[in-house]
Design a binder for this molecule. Structure first.
Ligand SMILES: [Fe+2]
Length: 372
């Protein structure tokens, strides 16, 4: 049985105005920055080697955090999404996933196996908007199962510990191709099993998948603020240059999120952020483990550097009261806190509101999974 937040997403088609939201032309323009020889998406396989296709995908995905794309996608969701989620608030995936399916992709190990959103960390509060930029048909489209069958197959797969071959064969047998043209999107949620079969149609298919997260619902591993951004939050597309400022970095294991993230991974995320915005830092600081009230962080704030870079806003303590004390302490001392994973920062009261909005937007898990 479907609830009101699911009915519009149970393998439904969304028609949009391609003139207004020309994702196809946008993708071609972005691709041509790196691969000027590509003029038609359908012919990518004739011009690029599989390893170059990977580079092309990466380039387009990165371009999804440019302001022009974010603005177009924000407008698209504003027009089409609220009526399908009971006018609740929602967040938008920061970076779309671009799929480029070349003919006979299975031969070069590029076939996307069957799976469902829950298997890849999408909470059940996420909804998927799958948008092909070329004609999607027959073997050259996504294949998807209906909801009841998806739940049944998932339960059997997990309970009986099938091997992947059996799972794949069962999925292919029970799925149907999603047939669309540019100007249409396919809407589904995270329990629908879907995947690709070998493309035997002789042309390359390109599609973008984007997700939204509904307020108060389950985010799984798709952190609000990190994987998901608020509509209108285009900070990630802005340029900042912190040359000449005094920064330090800070790692710790004092929240549910951070406690299992090894130091090199925290530092790796911090390092990328610092490079992106020209941050030169003078030290690596860290919090003592088991000190979840983060006396170290408070101390470093009181030393008043210009800024402190943390791996994530979720690396601050889970204790809401203490978390707010620390965030306010930074504001009072005029110390910027930068959150590398979320590409966002705390510089003023407005930022604080947004950070709290992110931290309180949704929940990691809501109720049992259908197989539990
Ligand atoms: Fe998927």
């Amino acid at each position: 049985m479907l609830n009101d937040l699911q009915t519009h997403w149970d393998n439904a088609t969304l028609d949009y105005d391609l003139g207004k939201y020309n994702f196809k032309q946008w993708a071609i323009d972005v691709i041509q920055e790196e691969f000027p020889q590509v003029k038609e998406l359908e012919k990518i396989h004739q011009l690029l080697k599989p390893n170059e296709v990977v580079k092309l995908q990466q380039h387009v995905q990165n371009a999804c955090s440019r302001k022009d794309f974010m603005e177009m996608f924000d407008a698209f969701t504003k027009e089409h999404i609220p009526s399908r989620i009971q006018n609740k608030r929602y967040m938008i995936q920061r970076q779309g996933t671009l799929r480029v399916v070349i003919p006979q992709q299975a031969k070069v190990g590029r076939r996307l196996h069957f799976h469902q959103g829950i298997f890849v960390g999408n909470g059940r509060g996420c909804r998927t908007i799958w948008t092909p930029l070329t004609k999607a048909e027959k073997s050259n489209t996504m294949w998807i199962m209906d909801l009841e069958k998806s739940r049944e197959v998932t339960k059997q797969f997990l309970e009986e510990k099938w091997d992947l071959e059996k799972f794949e064969a069962t999925c292919i047998q029970n799925s149907k191709p999603v047939e669309l043209v540019p100007g249409q999107s396919h809407l589904f949620f995270q329990e629908h099993i879907h995947g690709n079969i070998n493309n035997e149609e002789g042309y390359t298919r390109v599609s973008i998948d984007m997700r939204i997260l509904i307020e108060g619902e389950e985010y799984g591993r798709r952190l609000p603020g990190g994987f998901m951004r608020m509509p209108g939050d285009h900070k990630a597309g802005e340029e900042f240059d912190y040359t000449g400022k005094h920064f330090i970095t800070y790692a710790g294991w004092n929240s549910k999120f951070a406690k299992n993230i090894p130091l090199p991974m925290q530092r790796g995320t911090i390092e990328n952020y610092c490079k992106k915005y020209n941050i030169q830092y003078s030290s690596y600081e860290f919090e003592n483990e088991h000190c979840d009230w983060q006396p170290g962080l408070a101390h470093h704030i009181e030393q008043k550097p210009d800024g402190i870079v943390l791996a994530s806003m979720y690396a601050i303590t889970d204790d809401k009261k203490r978390r707010n004390e620390l965030l306010n302490l930074a504001l009072e001392n005029n110390v910027e806190l930068h959150f590398a994973n979320e590409l966002c920062f705390l510089k003023n009261k407005k930022d604080l509101e947004q950070i709290n909005d992110y931290l309180n937007f949704a929940v990691p898990k809501k109720g049992k999974h259908s197989w539990e």
